[in-house]
Design a protein around this ligand. Structure first.
Ligand SMILES: [Zn+2]
Length: 127
């Protein structure tokens, strides 16, 4: 499943970031990730709800267990091949707002990018 591999990639990036941080800050180790914010490409064909569900499942037993995953749609930079108008799309509405032409040129819009990571600010662990 496409969503599962994307979720795994996101989790790897997040846990790697925490590992790097902990290596540099041995006195204040991060034990838990509270929230992750990511942006999904407009034409990625990924269902955010499926992605979130996959992530929650994969995150079990890692520092990201119980973390909230926020999925935003990344705005896609487009250009009309007819009139040259440059614009940004946030919805899959591939029509030039200037001339109504449907020949739109764009790059990317497929990926999933981790934008921000919030860690839990607990000083002590009570297990
Ligand atoms: Zn146009």
């Amino acid at each position: 499943m496409h969503e599962a591999s994307l979720a795994q990639g996101l989790l790897n990036t997040a846990t790697k970031a925490v590992d790097d941080y902990n290596e540099k800050h041995p006195q204040s180790n991060v034990q838990r990730i509270a929230e992750l914010k990511c942006e999904l490409g407009l034409i990625s064909c990924v269902e955010p709800r499926t992605l979130t569900a996959c992530f929650e499942l994969l995150a079990e037993g890692t520092v990201a267990e119980g973390a909230r995953l926020i999925v935003d749609v990344a705005p896609l930079a487009c250009r009309c091949t007819h009139c040259g108008h440059a614009f940004t799309l946030r919805q899959r509405n591939f029509v030039c707002p200037e001339c109504g032409n449907e020949n739109i040129h764009f790059n990317g819009g497929h990926g999933l990018t981790l934008m921000a990571l919030h860690v839990a600010s607990e000083d002590t662990e009570h297990e």
